[in-house]
Design a protein around this ligand. Structure first.
Ligand code: UDX
Length: 451
């Protein structure tokens, strides 16, 4: 099937590579010529497990272009452009609108197209995009069959290739049964798992076939917000209990394990720490609260999840203050910048908030991250930090070290060597990622979250 994907970010690129791998004829479009050039050369533009291999394989099959090719015959267009947050908390649709106008201009007479909103878009966006395309076609006098569907993406960064090939479910929101049929055909290789798994992204053992959930466009749009709000709330919930655990002298990791074994609750997203960051949770929770407000409807649970999450970042600051008393003049080393492990993404990263607040209080900040430092240098040129090439250099002369990102390599650090390099003794494990007894046996003071 001919597939055109607009936007080569985390969603567009990983989806495009997966669709190409299973045999579709894929064209990825990005208006940024540098990005297109790098992808054509087979150079990854994002850090994702398994992506370099797929990009190499796709080189001769998938096309990367700066403009949409003529959309002829039967095909699918996936809109996967960014939807940043506006000042009022709602999603900014300028890139979606532009993509819809560009699609309309590229449609050839007689085409049979399903245009899919894959970006997280506000409720009503399918109709909005359909309107833009209809008006564009009418202006150009082009007669074509176009249906707009919503097909939200649930992939998590760092495992985006895995999630593209082996999703839990595929949600297709379409009001036109023909569009559902076309998209069912598009995703058939995933629904039936008929493809040969890529070597770098093997099929998990006992992976059950994913469910196909067909809904109205509006339900699909709301599903994405509900999924992200629920996961974000689950994390804020355990972080709220982590705070209480500290007061009453309990260990939240034990509590999380004990409640997670209840099938109705489930063990995932119950890991207490510095709180969630990333491109989705913060943006989507704020957007859905803003949407609800426009309907004069309050969403106190989601709002509380947002507040608890922000408080959690500040609580880490409070913990440092508690141990160091005066922050001014101290040197603090942050282990990790990325919003979570296995990505170089810094969007809404707790480390950035922490660094800024610490700097405001007069601390000297050093940072280390296995992959995100180049991004930090370019995206936050004014960040008042110095970069360390390795953990030992980071620790040298530090009064405190903070584990901010749950990178695997930070779980197995040589704490004795770090202790020798440090000036002070405080280790704040803001991810509950390291073993307290190992840190303590190196003569350091361990502080975790809720334990
Ligand atoms: C999320 C959703 O998982 C995904 O389905 C959606 O499409 C996009 O948003 P992502 O932001 O890539 O994906 O990362 P995720 O693994 O969900 O983690 C989000 C944040 O929550 C990270 O900062 C992570 O460190 C944090 N987190 C996650 C916790 O603090 N505790 C947990 O138990 C799980």
């Amino acid at each position: 099937m001919h597939v055109t994907i607009i936007g080569t970010g985390y969603v567009g690129l990983t989806t495009g590579l997966a669709l190409s791998h299973v045999g579709h004829d894929v064209t990825c479009v990005d208006t940024n010529p540098d990005v297109v050039e790098r992808l054509r050369a087979g150079t990854p533009t994002i850090v994702e497990h398994g992506l370099p291999e797929l990009l190499r394989d796709a080189k001769d099959r998938a096309r990367f272009q700066t403009s949409i090719p003529p959309l002829k015959g039967r095909g699918v267009v996936l809109i996967a452009v960014g939807t940043p947050t506006r000042a009022d908390g709602d999603a900014d649709l300028q890139y979606v609108d532009q993509a819809a106008r560009d699609v309309a201009a590229a449609i050839a007479p007689g085409a049979d197209l399903v245009v899919v909103n894959k970006s997280t878009v506000p409720i009503g966006s399918a109709r909005h995009v359909a309107g833009i395309i209809e008006r564009g076609l009418a202006e150009l006098g082009v007669d074509a069959r176009v249906a707009v569907a919503s097909n939200p993406e649930f992939l998590a960064e760092g495992r985006a290739m895995h999630d593209s090939f082996y999703p839990d479910r595929i949600v297709i929101g379409a009001d036109d049964p023909w569009a559902v049929g076309v998209l069912r055909e598009l995703y058939a290789p995933f629904l039936e798992q008929t493809f040969e798994p890529p070597a770098a992204t093997p099929r998990p053992e006992r992976y059950p076939l994913p469910s196909l959930v067909t809904t109205t466009t509006t339900s699909a749009e709301l599903t994405k917000y509900a999924a992200n709000s629920f996961l974000a709330t689950k994390i804020s919930f355990i972080n709220e209990f982590a705070g209480l655990a500290e007061h009453v002298g309990a260990d939240v990791t034990e509590v999380a394990r004990a409640i997670g074994l209840d099938e109705r609750i489930g063990p995932r997203f119950l890991h207490a720490g510095i709180g969630w960051g990333g491109s989705c949770f913060g943006k989507d929770t704020r957007a859905i609260v803003a949407t609800a407000e426009r309907y004069d409807y309050a969403m106190p649970i989601v709002r509380a999840a947002i507040d608890v999450n922000y408080r959690q970042r500040l609580r880490m600051l409070g913990k440092l203050q508690e141990h160091l008393k005066v922050l001014r003049g101290t040197t603090i080393g942050l282990l990790g910048l990325a919003f979570k492990a296995d990505t170089d993404d810094l969007r809404d990263a707790p480390a950035i908030t922490l660094a800024r607040h610490l700097a405001e209080r007069g601390a000297v900040i050093r940072v280390h991250d296995p992959v995100a430092m180049p991004n930090a240098r370019t995206q936050y040129p004014d960040l008042p930090v110095t970069y360390a090439d390795d953990e030992l250099t980071l620790a040298s002369g530090c009064d405190a070290l903070v584990v901010v990102t749950d990178w695997q390599q930070y779980r197995h650090l040589d704490w004795r060597a770090l202790a020798q390099a440090m000036r002070g003794t405080i280790v704040l494990d803001a991810r509950n990622a390291v073993r307290p007894e190992v840190v303590r046996s190196a003569g350091l003071v361990y502080a975790g979250v809720g334990r």
